[in-house]
Ligand binder design. Structure first.
Ligand code: CA
Length: 229
């Protein structure tokens, strides 16, 4: 499930947006102030951010600029005035889209879905940046080198962790076993591609609900593996 951060100081608008998005299966978090909103946005755990322009403490322009300096997460700006639209365009903040108040909630949902789909296509073969990799129930916290599956910690060895991180950071990309071996083990070992097979098997036992029907790491027969999204 995709999670969305709404930074909006008008409670009624924020709740309307949240209700519509939740009814379409999104997980929604609301922040009512610019400073706290910015803090949450910079944690990098949201799939999309809906950002009001005029906010207490820190305005939407500054928040957008700071998000862009760190992440490519889609940002949908909410404006109430034409001057704000001009400014969003003029400043080159990197907002993906804007929507003018008053708007219909169904239009908002449609835009959100379109931007998420576009972002997924863009990132299909590009590394995921940021501290957290979050795919379905799997969460990799790069800073803590910690992996959880539906909130339960998976105890991985260092090589299993590196293997998982490499695959998950390039969703849908097929890695040949030889490439995985070279990138994870490098010159420090005289193993071979079979080492990869063994580690993938152990990794699946730790992260997959049913290792014989893997949800995350898919075998591409005769080639190698890929992380499915
Ligand atoms: Ca406002």
């Amino acid at each position: 499930m995709k999670s969305i951060l709404i930074i909006e100081d008008e409670r009624a608008i924020a709740e309307l947006e949240r209700d519509y998005l939740e009814s379409h299966g999104f997980i929604v978090h609301i922040e009512g102030r610019g400073d706290t909103g910015l803090q949450m946005a910079l944690e990098g755990k949201y799939d999309l951010i809906i950002l009001d322009v005029m906010l207490p403490k820190v305005d939407g322009y500054e928040i957008c600029r700071q998000i862009r300096s760190k992440y490519n997460t889609p940002v949908l700006m909410v404006t109430s005035k034409k001057e704000e639209i001009d400014k969003i365009r003029g400043l080159g903040l990197g907002a993906d889209d804007y929507i003018t108040k008053p708007f219909s909630p169904s239009e908002l949902v449609a835009r959100v879905k379109a931007h998420l789909a576009r972002y997924d296509r863009l990132t299909a073969d590009k590394p995921i940046l940021g501290q957290l990799v979050q795919i379905r129930g799997l969460l990799i916290d790069k800073q803590a080198r910690r992996v959880t599956i539906h909130d339960e910690e998976a105890m991985l060895t260092s090589k299993e962790y590196e293997l998982l991180l490499l695959l998950a950071s390039h969703p849908n990309r097929v890695f040949e076993k030889e490439e995985l071996f070279e990138r994870i083990w490098g010159l420090e070992s005289n193993g071979d591609a079979a080492t990869v097979t063994v580690h993938i098997r152990r990794l699946r036992e730790k992260i997959e609900h049913d290792p014989s029907k893997p949800q995350y790491i898919e075998t591409i027969w005769g080639v190698g593996y890929r992380f499915k999204v």
